[in-house]
Design a protein around this ligand. Structure first.
Ligand code: PNS
Length: 160
């Protein structure tokens, strides 16, 4: 069985992430979305809240599940006996950071491969940070994130 792990901060999940999940679910037998801590980012949502938001939107995909992990991605991979990491690439600006992470993960465990999927062009400008910024200053986030989680995001932002 080909298991792939799609790791990220998902703070919160966007339509760009969901598009990658949907496409990956057609290629792999199982896709595990893994919410991890990015030490360089200050989070808005608690990890458990991010998992709950993802649970809401992956329901249509039978072979997709979500988990969180506090530690190194490769340790989660070992636990799941997964060998493939999926990452989405939006623009050239993503490349250096993603390339570095892929090489580091491969250095830590040489049996791990990172597979990059090109973002859907219609989401190439989209990021969780941009969504939070638009929401914070009263802009409309419809079309940027799944409709089901818009109220959760607005509540969180409005509560500060
Ligand atoms: O969505 P992001 O913030 O680009 O995802 C980055 C993430 C969370 C996948 C990355 O920071 C990560 O893997 N964190 C866990 C710690 C780890 O394994 N780091 C990789 C070695 S550099």
């Amino acid at each position: 069985m080909k298991v792939a792990v799609y790791p990220g901060s998902f703070d919160p999940i966007t339509n760009g992430h969901l598009d990658i999940i949907k496409r990956a679910s057609k290629i792999f037998d199982e896709v595990i979305v893994c919410v991890l801590v990015n030490v360089d980012k200050k989070g808005l949502f608690h990890i458990d809240e991010r998992v709950k938001l993802i649970e809401k939107v992956i329901k249509p995909y039978d072979n997709v599940k979500v988990e969180s992990f506090n530690g190194l991605l490769i340790d989660f991979m070992k636990e799941k006996e997964a060998k493939v990491i999926i990452k989405g690439l939006r623009a050239l600006s993503d490349f250096e950071y993603e390339f570095q992470m892929a090489l580091m993960n491969n250095k830590l465990d040489s049996s791990i491969e990172t597979v990059f999927m090109m973002t859907n062009a219609k989401y190439s400008y989209l990021s969780s940070s941009a969504v939070k910024q638009v929401a914070k200053f009263g802009g409309c986030i419809k079309g940027l994130v799944p409709d089901q989680i818009i109220p959760d995001i607005m509540n969180k932002i409005n509560r500060g």
